[in-house]
Design a protein around this ligand. Sequence first.
Ligand SMILES: *Cc1c(COP(=O)(O)O)cnc(C)c1O
Length: 411
Amino acid sequence: MVTINENYLKLKAGYLFPEIARRVNAFAEANPTAQIIRLGIGDVTEPLPAACREAMIRAVEEMGDRASFRGYGPEQGYEWLRQKIAEHDFQARGCAIDASEIFISDGSKCDCGNILDIFGDTNTIAVTDPVYPVYVDTNVMAGHTGPANEAGEYDGLVYLPISAENHFTAQIPQQKVDLIYLCFPNNPTGATATKEHLQAWVDYARQHGSIILFDAAYEAFITDPSLPHSIFELQGARECAIEFRSFSKNAGFTGTRCAFTVVPKSLQATTSDGSCVDLWKLWNRRQSTKFNGVSYIVQRGAEAVYSPDGRVQVEALIRFYMENARIIREQLTNAGLQVYGGVNAPYVWVKTPDALSSWDFFDKLLQSCHVVGTPGSGFGAAGEGYFRISAFNSRENVIQAMERITAKFRA
Ligand SMILES: *Cc1c(COP(=O)(O)O)cnc(C)c1O
């Protein structure tokens, strides 16, 4: 018989979202008239910006004409898109990133997992707790961990707890770690990193020869002008960081699929005999071999994000979600709850009241308010006692949900 990759057997069953669905379905069956509002899922709700839609329609027409038809594009993405990204997202913010260092892909989730292809198997890996589960599970699949314990923590990973006590920014470890996953603005806590905090990470990485895998999927939600949008705004980051970006959350491309990864040409790692290798070359080779590029139509849609109309429309989308976040923060605070995040991120991270567990609070909110959120413990052991509310929803749903919660909790 054929053998399998047994690392998959170490994975804790995809527990969080199926368990949420199970509890919501059970409740809905028992209470068929309840109007359930879902503020749990990290998916956008508003339609694509018109500029993106129009650009994609034009691209479809081009594909229908022999003269302008396109077959395979460059595996790294079209030059016109990479150029616009380099200019608008990086050079305009003072980051020395060249278009050739940008690799277009069909998603940040896959890039975060695929990046492990170019690293060795003996690296020490650090993640925050709570964390976006993709970073952990892809390392488990790649055989970089031992089994999980009762709390769901995998042997061999370094967990950096984040909580209200450290303002949801991990303490920089005393020990040396090789790969560090950072996500700012953060999913699930909605926390952000100051320039000083990120600079300390970059300095740590330079000192220890580590590499930071920086997930900036939510950078567009930053409202505080003093906060960095890219890790490449920090001194020395070109020598120690890879950045993941996506059009999913800013332009609503979760179902359209386009993202990119920045691998500086100055970034190096070593072979087992100590010689230095450019990671750009490895990632370029990896993508050229295993990936055939993002659809021409979708890349034209992504390009339109940088057009004058596209920029205005994307800003309006972000403002819409951030107004939801503001309402959620204000109303939950009125209800007497302690809230974090939601100022530079579309997630509000709530301390559960009366020392309720994350799941007990989930049940309470579902049963008494018919509102669904995400238990913090689903993102890691240190998320216990917290709860995530997403601002991705219609204004009506957000207002309704908040009215129900304030009515229930203020009383
Ligand atoms: C949504 C999200 C992404 C983006 O994933 P895509 O595959 O590009 O849709 C990346 N990182 C985090 C933390 C996210 O929440």
